[in-house]
Write a protein that binds this ligand. Structure first.
Ligand code: SAM
Length: 293
């Protein structure tokens, strides 16, 4: 426990899928004026250097954000599509025009999107990450709208639901370092839907050979069905190299997705596959289910 540091993975293909989806969810939910409460259950450090420290060891941004920016440059004449462009603009906001040296994690992406009426709640358990997160959040002009908790979010989530305005987005992005995270996630999701069935829940997961990871989407479908909730399931694979230990694919499972999300992803995913593919095994998946009221 606690060997996971997100800086090793900042700006990877998995971050791209997660953050591109997240940005669209916030944009959609902010179409209404009512206050939005966003809970980021697994926050990490908030923002990461891509030029020194852990990120330079793993170099995952090379196959992720840097590769995507290069591809976007090649498509300058025709444009890369509004969804990916919005995502790139968000990343660019923390950087100079000339160079990408910082990668904003979900807390920074979300913080910068807050309107005055919105609130952001961040959870982080790692003893070092929580200090870095607090330090980083204190630099933000939105700091007064943000609560940072050094607590186990799986245990605390239900206590925050429903939010006072009954408009909420929950990002659940565990490291799955502890195999039990899959079980904790299920319990937390069942409890969360019990208390706040209409909330929007976005769950990220790695696609690994382990049984718990392979069965996660079906388990989430079951939980959504037992509460008569709609869902959207998407995956992005950048390579198919059996035996390689690096992460080759990841997924997002969204409960109560906005009706616009499927179209948004159906436009972005083919481009992401083209931009990020490392071999012919690159592909995406996009499925959804609309629950009848
Ligand atoms: N959401 C971040 C982003 O997109 O930039 C990345 C988060 S990283 C995948 C997962 C984080 O969750 C790690 O920093 C880890 O220390 C933290 N964590 C693990 N278990 C936790 C728990 N039960 N409650 C809160 N944080 C936890």
């Amino acid at each position: 426990m606690f060997s996971y540091r997100h800086a090793f993975h900042a700006g990877s293909h998995a971050d791209i899928l997660k953050h591109l989806t997240l940005i669209h969810l916030v944009e959609y939910l902010q179409e209404k004026l009512g206050a939005l409460t966003i809970v980021d259950t697994h926050a990490g450090a908030g923002i990461y250097s891509l030029t020194d420290g852990f990120a330079t060891v793993s170099k995952e941004a090379d196959g992720g954000i840097f590769r995507l920016i290069k591809y976007a440059d090649q498509c300058k004449a025709s444009g890369i599509g509004i969804g990916i462009q919005n995502y790139l603009d968000c990343i660019q906001a923390d950087n100079t025009a000339e160079q990408i040296t910082l990668y904003p994690g979900s807390p920074f992406i979300l913080a910068r999107m807050l309107r005055p009426q919105d609130r952001l709640k961040l959870f982080e358990l790692h003893p070092k990450e929580i200090d870095i997160l607090r330090h980083n959040v204190n630099q933000l002009k939105q700091v007064k709208q943000i609560d940072v908790y050094a607590e186990d979010s799986f245990a605390r989530l239900k206590g925050l639901l429903p939010p006072p305005s009954r408009r909420g987005l929950v990002l659940i992005d565990p490291s799955y370092e502890d195999k039990q995270d899959y079980r904790y996630l299920e319990t937390a999701m069942a409890e969360a839907l019990e208390r706040f069935a209409t909330g929007c829940y976005a769950i990220w997961y790695p696609i690994l050979s382990r049984r718990e990871s392979a069965s996660l989407p079906d388990r989430m479908k079951k939980i959504a069905a037992s509460h008569k909730r709609s869902w959207l399931h998407t995956e992005l694979r950048v390579e198919n190299a059996p035996g390689e230990r690096r992460l080759q694919a990841s997924g997002m499972f969204v409960i109560n997705p906005p009706w616009t999300l499927e179209k948004h992803l159906s436009e972005a995913l083919p481009t992401l596959v083209k931009a990020l593919s490392l071999d012919s095994g690159a592909e995406y998946l996009l499925k959804s289910f609309e629950a009848k009221p």
